[in-house]
Design a protein around this ligand. Sequence first.
Ligand SMILES: Cc1ncc(COP(=O)(O)O)c(C=O)c1O
Length: 367
Amino acid sequence: MRTKEQLRVITAYNPENQLDHNLIKLSENENIYGCSPNVIEAIKKITNLHIYPDSSASELKKALSSYHGVKTSDLFIGNGSDELIRLLSRAFICSGDEAIMAEVTFPRYRTNVIIEGGIPVCVPLENGKHDLPAMANKLSSRTKIMFICNPNNPTGTVVTKEELTRFIQQIPKEVLIILDEAYEEYVTSQDFLQGIPFVSQYPNLVVLRTFSKMYGLASLRVGYGIMNPLIIEALEKVRDVFNVSTIAQQAALAALEDENFKLECKVKNDHIRKIVERRLLEESIVFYPTQSNFIMIQTGLNGSFVTRELKKIGYSVRSGEFLGHPNWIRVAFGTLEDMDKILGLLLRLMKKRGEYTEYTSRRISME
Ligand SMILES: Cc1ncc(COP(=O)(O)O)c(C=O)c1O
């Protein structure tokens, strides 16, 4: 038996963090506030589990179409935005084709491109941000896709309106631009450009969104893309017929209606983000300014070591070792109490290893 040659360079996802239910999980950027109570009520009302789901997710498309002010024919619903990344790669990448992406970004772009026999062309970040001019410079006759993750996972950074507008205008129409906005709902910066209004003008632009983050439906697997119907026509050919379950469709509908829940999550996240960033600045600890529900912190210590130490006090976070930043960690924002404990331990570890010489035994308070 022989698998595809390209699988040799792919590492399977390590589910280790998912299994330990005794830990507070801040490793996958999920919503710590759960989901809207409306979702639970909607799910309880579902009775037709013996019937296959609506293959075209028409009710959800209709709701998203009025929510975003786009046509239903511009919407594709997927089994998480992960599925959209996979299907777009499947539909567009042939052997030897190139896909340009940031060197440190959401790893599924690279994985899916490789599986299809394509070549990921990875461009270093600039201060944790996508370097869009450098990415545009990598265009070649083999380029099929440009992936832009905005805000970027794992760094949480965003590109400016001007940078992104110039980039979208500059890329030839034959090259697909996939703008992954999985964390858009958390953004508070005034200098953030939403991709959706540009889709009608740029037929090569795909905007990805998900119900897994702010909406808190990660376990139900539902994401969507807004794009030109010609791209959707291709995706329809490569997708599974019943890709989004009835429960996921009904839950997403209920979640979409609850603006209050989203607003509360956004306000709480922003409050904690500002306190954590201020605290890190005060302690002269390096981090990337984030527009998301997670933050990347430079500890100066091996990320996996720090991750193990944090597990001992009950927290699961992501080591930067597997994210191209060996001495960093990525932490989703927990409560203020959680962040207080995490930063407290970090400072103690950094002091012990001489990484943090200015440490003044001050109690670390997040208030
Ligand atoms: C940037 C980004 N895009 C896409 C996804 C996939 O999300 P889902 O498949 O749950 O919609 C994630 C998940 O972490 C992500 O961080």
